[in-house]
Design a protein around this ligand. Structure first.
Ligand code: GDP
Length: 336
């Protein structure tokens, strides 16, 4: 399944956010027939109001929303790439995820120690990203050495290795310039040639700005957020605003009191939904529904039933080359 790793300096709110994600997932656990929750792994459904509407219209027995596995990767600190502490182990966990959520502290609280003495998103992001860059540089250095020493078996592998070398040299340059591997323009062959290295800075990243609850109503007043926004667009990434504290408090409230609490903070929705949706779209995923035959969601809902949609000629049959569009409702036919 799809994995999103939560990273960030100590005391920025990672565990608080992760626990809120997990509590939220537990509440929905009934929807996940195969869901197992490990201590640092939580599975969450992608909230989509369309799903409830569909399951009513098509009398679905089972509603299985799209889901993401969140992995709490604690312990990424300055020096991790140099093997200080347990850093290396954590870096290898990051290698396994499909996307990275970097939690950035944007709240002031004198009772909660900041590892570098003060709240400073730009510097915090630099620390984390440099560790990832060091790790990639190390790996690329070793790989280039091997490519330069070895002799390709045949002309085909020679072409491949040349593509890889050229890609790696350009990535190396970008990294030395403080830029992530994902910022380097590669053609399809080059992209493919470096895939096996699972470079950390190639993975899509979302910066999760953890703001104070009083900032939720008007996050742009938070000057730390400005820094996060600027950096995230510079570094080809996305950003989402949450208050980990609020998310954690929400999970302790009965459902009917949650909206009231959110409204009292001047917002209508929990930030977790945004985070989950942003992660999902960052991974380049689209939502499709399996429910009846293939028909677009809007058409299906306006027709009111599958039979009505069929009468209106809205059903289509598609082959295996069909590229799924956002909101398609599909029935998969298997040849047996
Ligand atoms: P981690 O080390 O990044 O996993 O950070 P934790 O989630 O353990 O949080 C460290 C401390 O900061 C805990 O005492 C949290 O209660 C507190 N904390 C987390 N998020 C917020 C927040 O949004 N506002 C405030 N004031 N405190 C927070």
């Amino acid at each position: 399944s799809l994995k999103a790793g939560i990273v960030g300096l100590p005391n920025v709110g990672k565990s608080t956010l992760f626990n809120a994600v997990v509590e939220n997932g537990k509440a929905q656990a009934a929807n996940f027939p195969f869901c197992t929750i490990e201590p640092n792994v939580g599975i969450v459904a992608v909230p989509d109001s369309r799903l409830q509407v569909l399951s009513k219209l098509s009398n679905s027995q089972k509603v299985v929303p799209a889901s993401i596995e969140f992995v709490d990767i604690a312990g990424l600190v300055k020096g991790a790439s140099q093997g200080e502490g347990l850093g290396n182990k954590f870096l290898s966990h990051i290698r396994e995820v499909d996307s990275i959520l970097q939690v950035v502290r944007c709240f002031e609280d004198n009772d909660i120690v900041h590892v570098n003495g003060k709240v400073d998103p730009t510097s915090d992001i630099d620390v984390i990203n440099l560790e990832l860059i060091f790790c990639d540089l190390d790996q690329i250095g070793k790989r280039l050495d091997r490519l330069n020493k070895g002799k390709p078996k045949d002309s085909q592998s020679k072409v491949k290795e040349e593509a890889e070398k050229s890609a790696l040299q350009r990535i190396q340059e970008a990294l030395l310039d403080g830029k992530p591997a994902r910022s380097v323009a590669l053609n399809d062959i080059e992209k493919d040639s470096v895939k096996h290295l699972c470079l950390l800075t190639m993975k899509p990243m979302i910066y999760v700005a953890n703001v104070a609850e009083t900032d939720l109503a008007d996050p742009d007043k938070n000057t730390f957020l400005e820094q996060v926004k600027a950096l995230s667009s510079d570094l080809q990434s996305g950003h989402v605003v949450v208050s980990a504290q609020v998310e954690s408090e929400l999970t302790e409230l009965p459902l009917e009191e949650r909206t009231e609490y959110l409204n009292s903070l001047g917002v209508s929705e929990s930030g977790l939904g945004n985070l989950i949706r942003a992660t999902y779209s960052l991974l380049g995923l689209q939502t499709y529904f399996t429910s009846g035959e293939k028909v677009a969601y809007e058409d299906f809902v306006s027709a009111g039933s599958l039979a009505a949609a069929r009468d209106k000629g809205l059903l289509r049959s598609e082959g295996k080359e069909y590229i799924v569009k956002e909101g398609d409702v599909m029935l998969f036919r298997f040849n047996v």
